[in-house]
Design a protein around this ligand. Structure first.
Ligand code: TRP
Length: 335
């Protein structure tokens, strides 16, 4: 049998999953588990760049893990682990840092942005965020990395570091990883505020979380931005209206979408009715997720087992790579 391609992606432990995360990424992760050798990890080392409190860090990591499991990541199919449970990553990070240059690190857009946003905390971890990310990817010699647009520059640097290492040590040890493109499967979910994509930093009320209380979902959807209605038959929908239809398409029955689409086209639509239906359908769609979150959260034994299993599988692969790299560099194997 041909060896499966290795897929890896990192998840920042920041807050709850929203519909945008689900349809933009997680749903595809769930599919990929059957097609590739997958590694999904929670990037808790990376989160230290903003100095979280110890008690906040643990809670967030746990919540993120629970929500990804509830959304369908399967520890029997994929290797699901915490970055800090694979300390071999830090050794590879150190090696890669020896061949990462100040100039190129300083030019990274996310670094410049962070430095501007937190001028009192421009730490070395922030500067070397891309080398840590490269270590995450290269430690399993991954070939595919499903990431959003905002991470493309980081991935490009990983490619640079991998090529540099290969050239320096006259080897082809590291495969050069590529972005995994979902193509048509990638659905961009807009927010409820009339423009742009769904995101929790876009302001209160813009994102609907999967684990959100139905009452709160309803309130947010009813407050979504609309306009005073179509003024001509078959008129092109303005962005805020198109957005509601886009969300409806992923959570409602096709017949429901068609019903409101017809009403829009013949100018009889009442946005209040459409929003009520949309809220109902979002609540229905997310209900099994909320049940699952409750069930997993109540089972600490299971959570511990998942983490242990993930750590063991990740370390087996990680130890191998780091030993090989130690040897290539001229150290002895120790792990
Ligand atoms: N930087 C990614 C983000 O902000 C998270 C991440 C860390 C990651 N290491 C990774 C993603 C490795 C893909 C591969 O979302």
């Amino acid at each position: 049998m041909k060896k499966k391609e290795i897929v890896l992606s990192g998840i920042r432990p920041t807050g709850n999953l929203h519909l945008g995360n689900y349809f933009g990424a997680v749903k595809n992760f769930v599919k990929m588990q059957d097609m590739y050798e997958c590694y999904f990890f929670i990037a808790d080392y990376h989160s230290l760049t903003t100095h979280p409190k110890p008690e906040d860090l643990q809670g967030k990591v746990r919540q993120v893990l629970i929500e990804y499991l509830a959304a369908g990541l399967d520890p029997e199919k994929a290797t699901i682990y915490l970055q800090s449970d694979l300390p071999e990553t830090t050794e590879l990070y150190l090696f890669l840092n020896m061949n990462a240059y100040l100039g190129e690190l300083e030019r990274v857009t996310t670094f410049k942005e962070k430095a501007r946003k937190q001028p009192d905390n421009v730490n070395a971890g922030l500067l070397t965020y891309p080398t840590l990310m490269a270590a995450d990817i290269l430690i399993h010699r991954s070939t595919y990395v499903p990431v959003g647009k905002d991470q493309e520059q980081h991935l490009e640097m990983t490619r640079t570091f991998a090529r540099r290492f290969n050239r320096m040590y006259k080897t082809d040890y590291f495969p050069i990883p590529r972005a995994f493109n979902f193509g048509d499967d990638l659905v961009k979910i807009p927010g409820l505020d009339g423009s742009g994509k769904m995101g929790k930093s876009e302001g209160e009320g813009n994102a609907v979380f999967l684990a959100e209380d139905p009452k709160s979902i309803r309130k947010k959807v009813m407050k979504a931005v609309t306009d005073s209605g179509p003024t001509e038959k078959n008129q092109k929908k303005p962005e805020p209206i198109e957005n509601l239809f886009t969300i409806m398409k992923v959570v409602s029955e096709p017949g429901t979408v068609e019903y409101f689409d017809d009403q829009y086209n013949n100018m009889t639509i009442r946005y209040g009715d459409m929003k009520k239906q949309l809220a109902d359908d979002i609540i229905k769609f997310t209900e099994p997720f909320r049940e699952k979150v409750k069930e997993i959260a109540a089972n600490q034994e299971y959570i511990d087992k998942v983490m242990k299993m993930g750590a063991e599988k990740a370390r087996e692969s990680g130890r191998n790579t780091v030993n090989d790299v130690r040897e290539i560099i001229g150290f002895k194997r120790i792990h």
